[in-house]
Design a protein around this ligand. Structure first.
Ligand code: HEC
Length: 174
């Protein structure tokens, strides 16, 4: 066999070899896409619906805590009861002091705009002299006095009359 024959034989073999390799690569690529298409309808869907899988997700994204109201079942023992007050039913009436702290303190704490201060007996004595009914009325309906303007319910019209009356009793020391 001459050297030329041998090299042309090698060339043929190489060409054939490359064709086979090319065909195998094409088949592999096609198989990958077919497998992906099938998995999208089957395997992925099954995994997503797997109760153990969804449970694991729920476990990971659950809130770190929640406020327990009376009647709630304690869940898993990891219940943070914020405070005795917070555990009261949401609709529960606020006490006079609670109303004062949330709605009246802004003015009556420091005497803003002429508001008589909490605990200022000299300021409250003449006002109490008008009678509790008048004080309540002024607090609920609002009141323009000589010292300044008292807005209806201190601006918190969402509070009930009873809550305001309790706050008046607390604030005026009666
Ligand atoms: C925006 C400021 C402001 C807020 C908030 C506010 N008050 Fe007043 N309040 C006043 C001022 C000013 C007066 C004094 C008015 C005057 O006598 O001229 C006053 C007066 C009063 C008086 C006396 C009324 C009278 O007849 O002498 C009562 C009672 C009262 N406030 C209760 C409350 C209660 C209860 C709250 C909370 C629910 C509250 N106020 C929130 C400004 C405020």
């Amino acid at each position: 066999m001459s050297t030329t024959d041998e090299s042309s034989q090698d060339q043929k073999f190489f060409n054939l070899f490359m064709i086979v390799i090319g065909a195998l690569i094409s088949v592999t690529v096609v198989l990958i896409f077919v497998a992906r298409a099938i998995a999208a309808d089957t395997q992925l869907a099954w995994v997503k619906e797997d109760p153990a899988y969804t449970l694991a997700i729920d476990e990971r994204i659950k809130p770190v805590g929640f406020v327990a109201l009376p009647g709630d079942e304690p869940a898993g023992g990891a219940v943070a009861v914020v405070a005795a007050d917070a555990a009261a039913p949401v609709a529960a009436k606020l006490s006079g002091e609670q109303v004062y702290n949330t709605a009246c303190f802004a003015c009556h704490g420091a005497g803003v705009g002429g508001a008589p201060k909490l605990g200022d007996a000299a300021a409250w004595a003449p006002r109490r002299g008008q009678g509790t009914a008048t004080l309540n009325k002024h607090a609920i309906e609002g009141f323009q006095g000589k010292a300044g303007y008292m807005p209806p319910k201190g601006g918190r019209v969402d509070l009930s009359d009873d809550e305001i009356i309790a706050a008046v009793a607390f604030i005026s020391g009666s």
